[in-house]
Design a protein around this ligand. Structure first.
Ligand code: SF4
Length: 463
C-alpha cells in the first residue's frame, strides 16, 4: 500500500536480564512500523542510558553499543518520520532530567492539542528541542507539582488529547499507558529469566513477544496505566490504574494493513482476520476468473480467503523483491514504473492470456495500482479484476498514521467508475465496511475507529 504509514513501534522491557538486547530484537521484529530511526533507553537502577540514530534497527545498533546500554529495564522506539522532521532530536526515546530524577519516554500515536499547549508552555519559559508532540508531555511532567512520577504522569496525561501508547522509564520503574479510546495497540507479556525470576514486556505488536519467547498476558486496556515496580526483584509487580473511563475505538486499519499477520492486535490474530476479509470479499463480489493473485505481501491472506470461498485457484503470480532498501535512489515521477518493478515482478508464463483477480489491501492515491495493472498488461494478462479487501479510503488520519491530504485520496474525489478507469482495471470492487467489521467480529457490537473509511472522527462521535 502506498503512502499510508504507521508512525511508530514501541517496546518496554522490565526486570529482565539483557534488557537492551531484548529491546533490540523486539524493535527488529517491528521494523515494518517505522524505518526512519530507532532508539533504546535502559536503566541500571541508578542511571538512564540512551542511544538513538536515524536508520534501520540493524544499522543503528551493534553489540558494542548494546553492551553500553546497561541495566535490566529498557524502552525502545522505531520511528516513521514525515518530511522535514528527520533530525536526531526528533528520534525517540526522549530523555530528560527533572526535579525528581531522570525519565525517558517513547510514544506511538499523535496528540491533537499540541500547538496550543506548546505555545502556552513556551510562554511559561519552556525550551523545546524537537518537533515532537511528545515533548509537551515531558514539560508537563517536569512542571507538575505532584510529589511522585506516577502522579505527575497522570497530571500530564490529563492535559493532553489524542491517540497514544506511551511507555515511560524512570531509574527504577516503568509505566505503560493507552489513551481512553485505545486507538493504538499495546500488549503486555511475561518473560522468564534464566534464573527462574521473571519480568515483563509491553510492545505495539505481539510478534515482538514471539521472537524473545515472551508469553502474551493481555492488552493494556484503553485508559489504563500499568506501573511496573520492583526492578531486579524475583517477582516484580504490576499495578493497574484506570486513569480515564474507557471508551474504546481501536484503529481498524491495524487489521487491514499495518500489523504483521503473525501478531495479535486488540486480542485477535491478524492473519485470520485478513483471510476472513478475503472470504467476505468473495461473498460480496463473485466473478469468474482463472486464478486469484495477491499483491504481495499485504494481499496474501485475503487472496487465500477469496480463493477458498470462491473455489478459484490461488497463485503467486506476482513476486516481491524483499531486498529493496530505503537507501536506493528514489526514481523520479517519470520512472514510477521502475519503482513498482523494483518491488514487484509478474510471472508472465503463469498469467499470460488469463482472466485474473488481483487482491490488494487498499487504494490510496491509485498510482501504485495503476502501475501494477500496467505491468500485468505488459505480461499478457487478458482481463484484470482488482478486488480490494477493505472499503475505499476517503479521509485522512489524525491519530498517528501518516496519510496524504483528502485531496490526494483518489476514492475521496472520484466515483468507483472513474477510479477503475484511472487505474486501468477491467473491474474494481471493494469490501463493504460492514463486511470488514463482520470479518473481525461476529456480533458487530464492538466499536472501531474507522474514520479513514467513513470520515466520522471520534470527537464527532463523542458529541
Ligand atoms: S483514521 Fe483510520 S488509520 Fe487513523 S486511527 Fe482511525 S482507522 Fe486507524
Amino acid at each position: 500500500m502506498e503512502d499510508w504509514n504507521e508512525k511508530c513501534a514501541v517496546v518496554g522491557i522490565y526486570s529482565v536480564h539483557n534488557a537492551s538486547i531484548l529491546s533490540y530484537y523486539s524493535l527488529f521484529s517491528m521494523q515494518h512500523r517505522g524505518q526512519e530511526a530507532s532508539g533504546i533507553s535502559t536503566s541500571n537502577g541508578k542511571k538512564i542510558f540512551t542511544y538513538k540514530k536515524n536508520g534501520l534497527v540493524s544499522d543503528v545498533f551493534n553489540k558494542n553499543i548494546l553492551s553500553k546500554l546497561e541495566g535490566n529495564s529498557s524502552i525502545g522506539h522505531n520511528r516513521y518520520s514525515t518530511a522535514g522532521e528527520d533530525s536526531i532530536n526528533d528520534c525517540q526515546p526522549i530523555f530528560a532530567k527533572y526535579a525528581l530524577g531522570e525519565i525517558a519516554i517513547v510514544h506511538n500515536g499523535n496528540l491533537t492539542n499540541t500547538k496550543k499547549l506548546r505555545q502556552s508552555l513556551i510562554q511559561e519559559g519552556a525550551i523545546f528541542q524537537s518537533h515532537l508532540d511528545t515533548e509537551n508531555l515531558i514539560h508537563l511532567i517536569a512542571k507538575s507539582n505532584k510529589n511522585n512520577l506516577e502522579n505527575r504522569i497522570i497530571d500530564g496525561l490529563n492535559q493532553i488529547k489524542g491517540a497514544y501508547a506511551f511507555v515511560f522509564l524512570s531509574r527504577t520503574k516503568m509505566f505503560a499507558v493507552r489513551d481512553k479510546h485505545g486507538l493504538r495497540p499495546l500488549s503486555l507479556g511475561k518473560i522468564i529469566n534464566p534464573d527462574g525470576s521473571f519480568g515483563y514486556i509491553v510492545a505495539s505488536e505481539t510478534c515482538a513477544f514471539d521472537l524473545i519467547n515472551a508469553e502474551y498476558i493481555r492488552d493494556i486496556e484503553p485508559g489504563e496505566m500499568i506501573v511496573f515496580e520492583g526492578l531486579n526483584s524475583k517477582q516484580p509487580t504490576l499495578k493497574s490504574i484506570k486513569i480515564f473511563p474507557q471508551n474504546p475505538y481501536p484503529c481498524i486499519f491495524e487489521y487491514v494493513y499495518f500489523a504483521r499477520p503473525d501478531s495479535k492486535i486488540f486480542g485477535k490474530n491478524v492473519y485470520q482476520i485478513r483471510k476472513q476479509m478475503g472470504i467476505q470479499l468473495a461473498k460480496e463480489h463473485k466473478i469468474n476468473a482463472n486464478m486469484v493473485i495477491p499483491v504481495p505481501d499485504s494481499g496474501v491472506a485475503a487472496a487465500i480467503g477469496y480463493s477458498a470461498e470462491s473455489g478459484i485457484p490461488f497463485e503467486l503470480g506476482i513476486i516481491r523483491n524483499h531486498y529493496v532498501g530505503r537507501t536506493f535512489i528514489e526514481p523520479t515521477q517519470s520512472t514510477r514504473e521502475l519503482k513498482v518493478r523494483l518491488k514487484l515482478n509478474p510471472i508472465s508464463e503463469l498469467i499470460a492470456d488469463k482472466d485474473i483477480i488481483i487482491i490488494d489491501d487498499s487504494i490510496v492515491r491509485g498510482t501504485t495500482s495503476k502501475q501494477i495493472i500496467k505491468i500485468l498488461r505488459q505480461a499478457g494478462v487478458k482481463k484484470i479484476h482488482l478486488f480490494i479487501s477493505s472499503p475505499p479510503t476517503i479521509s485522512p488520519c489524525f491519530y498517528g498514521v501518516d496519510t496524504p491530504d483528502k485531496s490526494e485520496l483518489i476514492c475521496a474525489n472520484h466515483s468507483l467508475e472513474e477510479v477503475r478507469d484511472f487505474i486501468g482495471a477491467d473491474s474494481l470492487e471493494f469490501l463493504s465496511l460492514e463486511g470488514l467489521k463482520k470479518s473481525i467480529q461476529s456480533d458487530l457490537k464492538e466499536k472501531f475507529c474507522q474514520a479513514c473509511f467513513d470520515g466520522k472522527y471520534i470527537d464527532e462521535l463523542e458529541g
